[in-house]
Ligand binder design. Structure first.
Ligand code: HEC
Length: 237
């Protein structure tokens, strides 16, 4: 049982333990489950806020990962040039594809407490946002945009994601739309490789990393997917 028992079981009715027979891996780890009426496949920043607000406090990143519907499509990359660099090949940056809502997480390293967002719009542009875990307080629609500003006019994201603009559809302070970027396919780390990392993970040595991998891969199907080929990389190819 790698997920924190307090977070998973202490939800005051907001969650329940999953059926241990669910999922192809046969793992019996309890997981966070969203209550009826709240989407477990949040397709926008706003729906992600709703899901996070429905999970038991404090919401940990493993709790959130375990709550997402399966099958779950991901693209893991060894890329290290970003707000959330991979912490080596064994702890790659992992993008979660929930419709037009592309999220990113990393099992270890400096960005391991962060959830990065890119809500995809036309023309490979996306609204950027970020939340830090664990989440204790109730989130508002403004929370994901609160810590993005680099100075008065540019976000930290805009330093790499170009052509940053405001969009009237996202009136929250700090909400900007900018160029979407994809990793190089040659930097991909497969789901099979990640499953191998989970099998080899030793909770006594790396409790947080193991809990993350277990929450992501420990139940249901997780499958490799790809960014659109015509999205730019930071290298301009
Ligand atoms: C140092 C450069 C850099 C900064 C700063 C940066 N990114 Fe990125 N971002 C990248 C690169 C490069 C990629 C392509 C994937 C990869 O290589 O990890 C990317 C891809 C993404 C993607 C995938 C698709 C998309 O919509 O662009 C998201 C989401 C994302 N970044 C969110 C953010 C957010 C949110 C911030 C600010 C908090 C941010 N990034 C800041 C370099 C950066």
């Amino acid at each position: 049982m790698l997920l924190s028992g307090g977070a998973v079981l202490g939800g005051g009715g907001a969650i329940g333990c999953s059926d241990p027979s669910a999922g192809s891996s046969g793992s019996a780890s309890p997981r966070c489950v969203a209550p009826e009426g709240v989407s477990s496949s949040p397709e926008s920043i706003s729906e992600t806020v709703a899901l996070l607000n429905a999970l038991p406090r404090p919401v940990t990143l493993p709790c959130f990962l375990s709550a997402l519907d399966r099958p779950l499509a991901i693209h893991a990359t060894r890329s290290v040039i970003s707000a959330q660099p991979a912490a080596g090949e064994r702890s790659p940056r992992i993008f979660l594809f929930l419709g037009k809502n592309i999220l990113s997480v990393v099992p270890d390293g400096e960005g391991a407490h962060l959830l990065e967002f890119g809500e995809q719009l036309e023309g490979h542009r996306s609204v950027k946002a970020e939340l830090a875990f664990p989440i204790v307080d109730e989130l508002t629609e403004a929370s994901p945009f609160e810590h993005l500003m680099f100075d008065e006019s540019v976000t930290t994201c805009g330093l790499c994601h170009s052509a940053e603009r405001r969009d009237p559809a996202y009136p929250q302070p700090g909400a900007f739309v900018s160029q979407a970027l994809r990793p190089r396919v040659s930097d991909q780390i497969s789901v099979a490789r990640l499953e191998d990392e989970l099998r080899r993970c030793e909770p006594r040595d790396e409790p947080d990393r193991c809990a993350f991998l277990e929450a992501l891969l420990g139940w249901g199907d997780v499958v490799d997917t790809y960014f659109p080929e015509d999205m730019d990389t930071i290298f301009g190819d």
